[in-house]
Design a protein around this ligand. Structure first.
Ligand SMILES: NC(=O)c1ccc[n+]([C@@H]2O[C@H](COP(=O)([O-])OP(=O)(O)OC[C@H]3O[C@@H](n4cnc5c(N)ncnc54)[C@H](O)[C@@H]3O)[C@@H](O)[C@H]2O)c1
Length: 438
């Protein structure tokens, strides 16, 4: 236990390093800086570092004015030079955790960041891993690296895992009002990390180990994946039975207990839900356990783009048109509403399949000016003019951004495939037969 470090944290005199200034790291760095601590953000991407030092944000949830004010006040700076880790009392790792092509965890970014931390580890210092990863990463991978320095756990350094729960685009819940789970590799590590987060978060929930904290995060994301998988299956089932799945869910959701509504969609995207459950099933498999729900949900969710393409095909067919040669306008390509992130977006698979079938595909997304589809080069967003809408054969609503006039889409496009139920309350009798809802 380092009383000196605890006091520094509690009195907000600590310098906090944040490694990886993306969707997770930048809001976190800004929150600590707003809390009065001095923050140095580290990133390999020089353009991001330069942008922060100029006082400019590149993450939609983080206001440029806020970054500017914090940089000016001297609370926030960014660097590509990791030797500045020597100035920090606590360092938090927020680097990506993708999957390899084989769907196995790729923790190479964590390893690279931990190497930098190791090179500048000093006494007393707190290290926290926030990147989502499989249970055991903090104990089995990061701890031995830090011990290699010859410094001693609980005397010289402290190590914990604390999962990030940020939900990009969510106006109600942001870093400061989302409870933080913290689990250290030792009791003193848990206590020190909890002291760090208490400077910026209202509620800190400590658990008995880093493994529990790592697994809690994976349960949260697996819970979403499995429930989304269930409603996606229901949506397909209802389509085959000719029943409106949205009306079914709306009715079931009137039950005040024992039911939580999840909604179907064109598939899942982003850096978390499609990837994280694989971290858990991979680790389980190493211990001889097959996580069946995870695999099944992944299977259903990853096939949703195929189902959407089928809806387009069925809708065009009903109007005696083939997919080949049809002009298809995809409305919204980000993986969810009001954000600019297309990572793992189902729109990518939908566009790819439609092009493969010979359709002429364009897209409109106010948040995504350009999008590249694997092996097909880049597409640029087109304006949603009356001409664009009237000239297409089918508009496919993939993402329900708030700032789109769906009434106009419904009025002008000859066929609308709606994967988000945004046309439900807008549809009039005259639209009969021209809307295909998921
Ligand atoms: N985006 C989300 O909504 C979200 C939510 C919860 C948890 N997470 C988890 O948080 C982690 C980070 O995700 P993200 O969305 O912020 O990723 P991101 O890609 O937006 O940002 C990661 C940043 O890390 C930088 N980086 C990569 N390697 C580095 C290194 N060795 N040193 C310094 N910087 C490095 C990249 O340049 C990039 O700026 C992942 O494990 C993710 O699963 C993400």
């Amino acid at each position: 236990m380092s009383i000196e470090l605890l006091v520094k944290l509690k009195e907000r005199r600590a310098v906090v390093g944040v490694i990886g200034l993306g969707y997770v790291g930048l809001p976190l760095a800004v929150e600590f800086a707003r809390g009065g601590l001095k923050v140095i953000g580290f990133d390999l991407d020089k353009s991001r570092v330069d942008s922060i030092n100029r006082g400019q944000s590149y993450i939609p949830d983080v206001q440029t004015e806020m970054v500017g004010a914090l940089v000016e006040r001297g609370n926030l700076a960014a660097a590509t030079d990791f030797s500045r880790l020597a100035e920090t009392d606590a360092v938090i790792i927020c680097v990506p955790t993708p999957l390899r092509k084989t769907k196995e965890p790729d923790i190479s970014y964590i390893l690279a960041a931990a190497e930098e931390v190791k090179a500048y580890l000093h006494s007393p210092q707190l290290v926290v891993l926030e990147s989502t990863t499989y249970p055991g990463t903090t104990d089995e991978v990061v701890l031995p690296m830090l011990k290699d320095t010859g410094l001693t756990l609980d005397k010289d350094f402290f190590l914990a895992f604390s999962p990030e729960r940020v939900d990009p685009g969510n106006k109600q819940y942001q870093t400061h009002n989302i409870p933080k789970v913290v689990g250290g590799v030792s009791a003193a590590s848990t206590e020190t990390a909890a002291a760090l987060y208490k400077t910026i978060v209202g509620e800190v929930h400590t658990v008995s180990s880093a493994r529990v904290a790592e697994t809690a995060k994976l349960l949260e994301n697996t819970y979403r994946s499995v429930n989304i998988g269930l409603v996606n299956e229901m949506a397909q089932l209802c389509y085959h039975l000719g029943i409106d799945s949205w009306e079914v869910i709306e009715a079931a959701a009137t039950k005040p207990f024992g039911f939580m509504a999840f909604y179907p969609g064109p598939g899942i995207g982003g850096h978390c839900i499609p990837l994280d459950p694989h971290y858990l099933s991979w680790k389980a498999r190493l211990h001889g356990f097959e996580a069946r729900f995870i695999g099944l949900a992944e299977d259903v969710n990853s096939h949703m783009p195929n189902h959407v393409v089928q809806l387009v095909q069925d809708g065009l067919n009903a109007q005696t048109k083939p997919v080949k040669g049809s002009r298809i306008l995809v409305v919204g390509v980000a993986y969810k509403r009001d954000i600019n992130d297309v990572r793992e977006s189902p729109a990518l698979g939908i566009v790819d399949q439609l092009i493969h079938k010979g359709a002429s595909v364009s897209y409109h997304d106010p948040f995504v000016p350009e999008m590249s589809v694997d092996g097909r080069g880049a597409l640029a967003s087109v304006a949603l003019t009356d001409e664009t809408l009237s000239a297409c054969d089918c508009a496919v609503i993939v993402t329900d951004h708030s700032d789109v006039d769906y009434g106009r889409v419904l009025k002008l496009a000859p066929l609308v495939v709606d994967t988000r139920n945004v046309t439900r309350r807008l549809a009039m009798p005259e639209h009969e037969g021209k809307v295909v809802r998921l």
